[in-house]
Design a binder for this molecule. Structure first.
Ligand SMILES: [Zn+2]
Length: 680
């Protein structure tokens, strides 16, 4: 194929992919050529007659696989944000091929022999600290992939990786199928309780699927959660909740339960081959937490206080429900609805009253402004960039000196063919191995599009969270590609994102950027104070629904031999064992827990959010102590974490920022879980 855009140089701004010219049929030949080039590059390194040194082995490895990366990044971003049956078919075909390709390289004996020789001699190589870490991490990565195993075990490792790639792909596609399949189609009479913004979003969703004049609730979180919070129709709330909770569990061609069973059994087998007791022990060996016990200890520290707080919350909800004429216990489809009622009574805080002040574009401006005051960054809209969807917006990012440091893309709205949730990824990562390469970072959200788009306070948190990940990619100042930006340990990667959420809640930011979409009036001071006063409200619920998932993840991945595991029975038994409050559902049930099963990234790692929250609460407390949310000296030390990528040990980075180890008290206070009377 001569006209394949992947085989040309791109003359676009920041060398963005020329999306308008890329067709699904361009990917297979580009993947094939990318893999072939990569194999040849690795063979040249492994077969080199020259004795191994850092430049001819590690740096050569860092340079390898460029075409494959370019194709893979475009493919995976498009498949997540704007997929199609054609892209999904390519994903099913190439996920196992790509896994086999990477395993084959990781298990190449010649490559490992050279890296191992350098590793054994590392103290004599006079490497810079970042280079030494790079060498150690490449060595560890290969060892953890099975490079030191015998031939039979290597073969089995490779076969398992290939099969897992297929299972992960199918799992994610099944969730998307169930989300796209289900719609609650409503008429005017069914909307009782829904505020204007939810009616408008439901009308827009209806138009999008050709049902103009009616109203549609979908299983996107931004659609179903407001419906559960406001619809006065208990029967409809129940129908929506049950459909949401059932994603991935339907018998037939899109059932995820058999996939989970096979995935956890294969992961456990890989861990055994590598000499670990179970998969969780294997995964956590290369994290900040180091062991499943350390992660569970943290989860256990919040579990009982969270359940106590949730029980107190349930008492308040039950009283509101009784007053509303409900003579039954609160069910999972009632919690959000009565929580909203109690929030209105207790804090005079009404989501529908608040939402007109949270205009998407103003919240984007707020995030940009915080990045400017903290790190000197400027974001300027670029309208000359190629795009895969008209809703995507591009911004050039400049540092304080006016130098361009990267390109930032925003893809904010929910739509068919886009994976649910919110995430950051890259089309290109910062590095400077052979001259400076600037990053192209993208934030994906699934906000319900409106005119203008209005956010809940939770949505605004999500926006700041993903933007924090975005800054981690944009501020990266490293030399080697595999140390770039977010390439840090899994339980550290949520720190830069979560800490950034704190700047949303800084009162002067809210006063300036939370403005009414019609009048432009700032959020009334009394409402702002009530919003901040209500910060701990419903945190018992939020902590329980999250922590239960994190415990389930560790429990499932700590099984030594889960072959033949009955997922439905496991889930039931687990919930009974932790004494899960029946009126609180898991935030993610296993059958749609994409963090764990649509890829391996967060498997045995869902605890990472709470782990990083210890750090983010403790880190922001430093700004509180300084009495200035934009304290320049602290901001400079924080920027050092955002720019370091994986060039240093994360705890060393944190200590350099804070001057000491992290403390857990700010986390407990942040979630309202501190024992009464305990010091704040
Ligand atoms: Zn995150």
């Amino acid at each position: 194929m001569t006209d394949n855009p992947f085989f040309e140089a791109w003359e676009t701004p920041f060398e963005l992919p020329p999306f308008e010219r890329i067709r699904p049929q361009h990917f297979p030949p580009a993947f094939e050529r990318g893999m072939a080039e990569h194999v040849a590059e690795i063979a040249a390194i492994a077969g080199s007659a020259a004795p191994p040194d850092f430049a001819n082995t590690i740096e050569a490895l860092e340079r390898s696989g460029k075409l494959l990366q370019r194709v893979g990044r475009v493919f995976h971003n498009l498949d997540a944000s704007a997929t199609s049956p054609a892209l999904q078919a390519i994903d099913r075909d190439y996920a196992p091929k790509l896994a086999a390709h990477h395993t084959h390289i990781a298990l190449d004996p010649g490559l490992f022999a050279r890296i191992d020789a350098l590793f054994q001699a590392r103290d004599r190589l006079r490497l810079e600290a970042a280079q030494l870490r790079l060498l150690e991490r490449h060595h560890l990565r290969l060892v953890r992939s099975g490079a030191q195993l015998g031939a039979a075990a290597k073969g089995r490792m490779a076969a398992i990786s290939e099969r897992l790639a297929t299972l992960h792909t199918l799992f994610g596609q099944n969730v998307l199928h169930d989300e796209d399949e289900w719609r609650l189609v409503l008429d005017e009479d069914d909307l009782v309780g829904l505020p204007d913004f939810a009616r408008a979003a439901a009308a827009a969703a209806a138009s999008e699927c050709g049902l103009a004049g009616r109203y549609v609730i979908t299983l996107a979180r931004a659609s179903v959660e407001p419906f559960l919070a406001f619809s006065a129709r208990r029967d409809l709330r129940r129908a929506a909740y049950e459909a949401w909770a059932a994603r991935g569990t339907h018998a037939g061609g899109h059932d995820n339960e058999p996939l989970i069973q096979e995935i956890v059994a294969l992961r456990a087998e890989q861990a055994r081959l590598l000499g670990y007791e179970n998969y969780a022990a294997y995964r956590l060996d290369d994290t900040m937490a180091k062991t499943p016990q350390a992660a569970s200890n943290l989860l256990r520290q919040v579990w009982q206080p969270a359940k106590r707080k949730a029980a107190a919350e349930r008492g308040e909800l039950a009283a509101a429900a009784l007053a509303d004429g409900l003579n039954e216990p609160i069910a999972a489809w009632d919690w959000r609805y009565y929580a909203e009622k109690v929030r209105q009574q207790k804090y005079a805080l009404d989501e529908a009253e608040l939402k007109p002040y949270f205009v998407l574009d103003n919240m984007i401006e707020a995030a940009f402004a915080a990045a400017r005051r903290l790190f000197g960054l400027r974001f300027t809209a670029r309208r000359d960039c190629p795009s895969y969807h008209p809703d995507v917006r591009a911004y050039e990012v400049q540092d304080a000196s006016g130098r361009a440091i990267g390109l930032f893309l925003r893809d904010d709205f929910a739509r068919t063919g886009k994976h649910s949730g919110a995430w950051m990824s890259s089309y290109r990562e910062q590095q400077a191995l052979d001259g400076e390469i600037l990053p192209i970072v993208v934030n994906n959200n699934n906000f319900a599009k409106g005119d203008p788009t209005l956010l809940s306070f939770d949505d605004a948190h999500t926006l700041f969270h993903e933007f924090g990940h975005g800054l981690h990619g944009l501020l990266s100042r490293v030399r080697y590609p595999s140390q770039s930006g977010t390439a840090v340990r899994r339980d550290f990667v949520e720190f830069p994102s979560q800490v950034f959420e704190h700047w949303l809640e800084v009162p002067e930011m809210l006063r300036r950027y939370a403005r009414h979409y019609r009048t432009g009036e700032p959020l009334p001071e009394a409402l702002l104070q009530r919003l901040l006063a209500a910060r701990n409200f419903n945190q018992g619920f939020a902590t329980v629904e999250y922590t239960a998932c994190a415990m389930l993840d560790l429990d499932l991945h700590s099984q030594a031999d889960p072959a033949g595991l009955d997922m439905a029975a496991f889930e039931k038994e687990f919930l009974a064992r932790i004494d899960m409050p029946p009126e609180i559902g898991l935030r993610h049930r296993p059958a749609h827990f994409q963090h764990l099963f649509a890829g391996g990234g967060y498997a045995a790692g869902y605890y990472a959010y709470l782990w990083a929250e210890v750090l983010d609460a403790d880190a922001f407390a430093a700004f509180d102590e300084a009495g200035n949310a934009f304290d320049p000296a602290l901001a400079a030390r924080l920027e050092a974490i955002y720019s370091a990528g994986d060039t240093q040990d994360p705890m060393a980075l944190y200590r350099a920022f804070r001057g000491r180890d992290p403390a857990i008290a700010p986390l407990l206070a942040q979630r309202g879980l501190a024992e009464p009377g305990a010091a704040a």
